[in-house]
Design a protein around this ligand. Structure first.
Ligand SMILES: Cc1ncc(COP(=O)(O)O)c(C=O)c1O
Length: 393
């Protein structure tokens, strides 16, 4: 079984490029160029250098002693929260801004949910002196205010998406609309492993540094490259794709993807795409998608802005369909409690997205000798307001 993208841009039956004709030249150009550009020694050199000196990679692989004792298994945290800008998103934006430069683009657009991708995009635009416009749902602008301020300070324009659920999906629609109107000078930096081919594969490759590092770091700490499990939360799926990438074809490694159940999978207020989704097309790719019987997208809900998305990247749809990955849905309450446990036991306040991954420790039992690597995708600074309100701090 192949879990990587095929030459036509598909992961099994999922993927492809379903785009308006106006965008075809852009997406086709990117498709023809991305692997060639990524393979250029000068690209690799610049990418690696920036990841090291600017982002601060490698991010540590930390053995969480107290968490391990509580849950009676060996828990490691991959500390993407320690990256510059506070999440994994910057791995991808560094890669894509270098790509945009080589494609001769001068204007950057992006969508953002939690604001982490928006901040990471605004950051690399400041670094490279490029114009930056970030689309963000009105609801997310309100619940992730610190990140909105950061984007503005970095020189980006933040444009509100006012339609639909006024969250990530709607911000993505606005970004696509902008790209259609500005096809020549603009590159669209998609922030997750979603979108038309080649985006899911390109984003996955930029994020695959996460599993590349886990392998040698675990070898140093445990004497073996492969853990028993890798665990990551899934919005569109970029941190998970990067965490899973180098383990996809290692049969002994269990892969666990954690989705946001919101108020409960059957509550009507959820973002658990694998359980609730059916095959459909969203933002340029064929994938699992929450939709009504007549194919209208269902409004998703999660307390976490970064997981509040009605679809999932095509690679993850394939991992779900083939049974390669185990999917677990975690409610708002379970995630918030897990965020508190991690804060109290390890002194690390996680992003609420990442808290979803840790919540499985309450219900999913592991063996005492199992090595379980959790991707800690981001830090919780941006979520303090939500934590404060929830716990009445
Ligand atoms: C910290 C953090 N983790 C996870 C996600 C979810 O995105 P993805 O599934 O692409 O990793 C986000 C999205 O904003 C995020 O900010």
């Amino acid at each position: 079984m192949n879990y990587n993208v095929d030459e036509k841009g598909y992961y099994g039956e999922f993927g492809g490029a379903f785009i308006p004709e106006m965008l075809y030249p852009n997406v086709e150009n990117l498709r023809q160029q991305y692997l060639k550009i990524m393979a250029e020694p000068s690209f690799k050199k610049e990418f690696d250098q920036l990841l090291k000196d600017y982002v601060g990679r490698p991010s540590p692989l930390y053995f969480a002693k107290r968490l391990s004792e509580k849950y009676n298994t060996k828990v490691y945290l991959k500390r993407e929260d320690l990256n510059h800008t506070g999440a994994h998103k910057v791995n991808n934006t560094i890669g894509q801004i270098l790509m945009a430069k080589r494609l001769g683009k001068s204007r950057i657009i992006a969508e953002t949910g939690a604001g982490q991708h928006g901040v990471a995009t605004a950051t690399v635009c400041a670094l490279m002196g490029m114009e930056c416009i970030v689309y963000m749902g009105e609801i997310d602008i309100a619940r992730q205010a610190p990140n909105v301020a950061r984007m503005k300070m970095l020189g980006a324009k933040v444009r509100p998406a006012k339609s639909g659920s006024r969250t990530l999906k709607d911000a993505t629609n606005e970004a696509i609309r902008d790209w259609i109107n500005n096809p020549v000078d603009t590159h669209y930096i998609i922030g997750s492993a979603i979108g038309p081919h080649p985006y899911p594969d390109m984003v996955t490759r930029f994020q695959s540094i996460i599993s590349e590092e886990i392998k040698w770091q675990l070898k140093e700490k445990e004497g073996r490259e492969n853990p028993d499990y890798v665990v990551a939360c899934i919005g569109g799926g970029s941190n998970a794709a990067g965490t899973f990438y180098h383990f996809l074809h290692e049969k002994e490694v269990g892969i666990i993807a954690v989705e946001a159940a919101g108020l409960g999978v059957d509550s009507g207020e959820s973002a658990a795409t694998s359980v609730l989704g059916k095959m459909g097309i969203i933002h340029g790719c064929k994938t699992l998608l929450m939709q009504t019987t007549d194919g209208q997208i269902t409004e998703p809900y999660s307390i976490s802005a970064g997981l509040d998305y009605p679809g999932v990247g095509p690679m993850h749809a394939h991992l779900y369909k083939t049974g390669r990955a185990e999917f677990i849905a975690v409610t708002d309450d379970e995630a918030m409690q897990a965020g508190m446990v991690l804060s109290k036991l390890e002194g690390i306040i996680p992003a609420i997205e990442s808290s979803h991954a840790f919540a499985i420790l309450e219900t999913r039992k592991f063996q005492p000798e199992d090595v379980v690597v959790f991707n800690l995708s981001g830090r919780g600074d941006k979520d303090l307001d939500t934590y404060i309100k929830y716990f009445k701090l």
